[in-house]
Ligand binder design. Sequence first.
Ligand code: GLY
Ligand code: MN
Ligand code: MN
Length: 457
Amino acid sequence: MAATGYDLLMNSDYADLNPALGTLYAEHIGIVAARHDHALEQAGASHAVIYSGNPKNAFLDDYQMPFKPNPHFVNWVPLTRLPFSYIVYTPGKTPILIYYQPHDYWHVVPGAPDGYWTSTFDIRIVHSVDDIARHLPADREKCIVIGEIDDDALSFGIERVNPTTAVNILHYARGAKTQYEIEIMRLASRRGASGHVAAETAFRNGRSEFDIHRAYCEAVSHTDQELPYGNIVALNEHGAVLHYTDLDRQPPAESRSFLIDAGAQVHGYASDITRTHSNGDVRFQALIERMETMQLDIVNQVSAGIDYRDLHVGTHKMLASVLVDAELAAGDPDTLLETGVTSAFFPHGLGHLLGIQVHDVGGFMENESGTTIDPPSGHPFLRMTRILEEDMVLTIEPGLYAIDMLLENLRGTPAESHVNWNTVDWLRPFGGIRIEDNIRVLASDRENLTRDAFAQL
Ligand code: GLY
Ligand code: MN
Ligand code: MN
């Protein structure tokens, strides 16, 4: 039987799914190369040597922790399992990929280079770390290394490791995605959405958090290690623990609510999706729908030129109305903001840049020289303070939770009288609500990668 679109999504090298990927990749490399031209010039260097990284052993152990590749390496090449490898970029020349393929009978070694990306590189296969040095530029003093070097031998005499000038330029530029990256992230969104559907079904069947997690992993065809971040699979009160990753093995006596924050990756690029479900409780369902309306209202404000800090503070004002309508709080929005009521119910940032890293680099950068923009006062957990630019991809993820630790802090303050504590008691067994979409910024519009992905399933 011919593979369906879904099977291709899980099993192909993705060029089968989108034959234009090779062309998009070539354009992407042109942009990445130009960024490196600029970074090298500003850093006064002639060659960038980008190290993929190496696995690390657990303390006092000979077992390795999961390998996380250098995001700068993944930015060049869609290879996430290629330790001890290097890209050598010299402006105007074909980039060299030093492809480490060890003689190793303990592990699976990387196969022969294959795929649409191979024609971009002058590929040099090496079987030993000792073979790497001869493929590096002879003028080491004109090189910079970008990567995590935890053993001096792996920088092969290059002394300038991660120079700030160059790294800032590259990090700032990565805020806006190339068309190739956006297409890869659309695929990562589709992959994640398929997992969310499977997880919701498992929840509705009364399964445990552990089983729901397994249903998710099966649907997206990821091992735990391949997930872009640890799944948050939270039933009932657990939804109020922002980064809940415990995964109870037994189902609760009653599954009232389900908050799932789970993504997927394609070629090292992530999706980051949250949905909240009610299992029949009409009042909680209505609150989810109210939050979803609010979330979509915020999404609809996304476009180039918008200050993300304003979106975050504006969310608090909108949330104040939700709290009042839900009888969780009373008062005008400004008072609920100033007294800290909205922050107690919504104590994290509205979202963040998304890309190779789930919390992608550069969210605080004002410019490529590394000046940063602080979060608004009173909002220390906001991870994105930049003005929105076309083709940035970011999350919009407002939440509303019953977190006793934070709400109790309001006692004895002017906020106390604004909280309807009886309604907090009602909300507590449901944990909380978060709804998170991944949004591409357009000039005067936006693309909702997440909603589009669900619609395509
Ligand atoms: N999944 C982590 C976050 O939403 O930021
Ligand atoms: Mn998330
Ligand atoms: Mn997120």
